[in-house]
Design a protein around this ligand. Structure first.
Ligand code: SF4
Ligand code: SF4
Length: 187
C-alpha cells in the first residue's frame, strides 16, 4: 500500500468519513447525543467549542502524528473566509448540498462536522462537482419551512448573521441552539 493509501486508510478508520482533494485531507465526524461535536460554552465575549475540542481535536492530532510517522507533514486548516469546509467536503465526494445550505451525506444526513488538513503530498486528483445537490431535496422543503426567521432559500442561507445556530453574544443567557432546519430534515 502506498503512503497516500495508508494515510486515507488511517483517516477512514479514525473518522466516520474521509476524503481528499489534491493535498487537502477532509475528515468528517457525526455529531450525535453521546458525542455532541456542536457543544459550546461562552463567557459572553467569546466562544469555546468544547465539543470540537473533546471529540474532534484528538482524532486530528492522531492523524497528523500518523502522517508524520510516514515521513510527511500536515497542518490543520481553520475555518476562515478562505476556507469553506462544506465546499471542500463536497469536492472530496463526502456529500452534497442540501436546501438547508448544509452538506448532506447518504448515511449521516446533516450530522457530519468537518475538519481539514493540508499535506505536503498529493492524496487524490479526483475532483467532485462542488455544485452537487442532494437528490433527496428534490421534493422536500421541510428545512425551509422550519426556519423561524425565514432565512433559508433553496441551498442558501441568507443573512447568516441572523441565524440562531450559534449563540448570540449579545445575549449570553441564550444557551439553546436553534438547529430547527437540521431537526426537520428526514435524512
Ligand atoms: S439554525 Fe435555525 S435560524 Fe438558522 S437557518 Fe436553521 S432554522 Fe433558521
Ligand atoms: S429538509 Fe428536505 S429539503 Fe431540507 S435539506 Fe433535508 S431533504 Fe433537503
Amino acid at each position: 500500500m502506498d503512503k497516500q493509501a495508508q494515510i486515507l486508510a488511517f483517516a477512514s478508520e479514525t473518522f466516520d468519513v474521509a476524503g481528499a482533494n489534491g493535498n487537502i485531507l477532509i475528515l468528517g465526524l457525526e455529531t450525535r447525543p453521546d458525542r455532541d461535536i456542536d457543544a459550546f460554552a461562552t463567557d459572553g465575549k467569546q466562544y469555546c467549542f468544547i465539543g470540537f475540542r473533546k471529540h474532534f481535536a484528538p482524532k486530528i492530532k492522531a492523524t497528523i502524528e500518523q502522517i508524520n510517522a510516514l515521513g510527511h507533514r500536515a497542518k490543520q486548516l481553520r475555518y476562515s473566509g478562505n476556507v469553506n469546509m462544506k465546499r471542500l467536503a463536497i469536492v472530496a465526494g463526502l456529500g452534497a448540498w442540501g436546501k438547508n445550505s448544509m452538506v448532506l451525506h447518504p448515511r449521516f444526513g446533516t450530522r457530519l462536522r468537518f475538519g481539514a488538513l493540508e499535506l505536503d503530498i498529493t492524496l487524490s486528483t479526483e475532483v467532485h462537482d462542488e455544485r452537487t445537490i442532494f437528490a433527496g431535496c428534490a421534493n422536500c422543503d421541510a428545512c425551509i419551512r422550519a426556519c423561524p426567521l425565514n432565512l433559508l432559500r433553496p441551498f442558501a442561507l441568507t443573512e447568516k448573521e441572523k441565524c440562531q445556530a450559534y449563540l448570540d453574544l449579545d445575549d449570553p443567557t441564550k444557551t439553546q441552539r436553534c438547529d430547527l432546519c437540521q431537526i426537520a430534515c428526514p435524512h
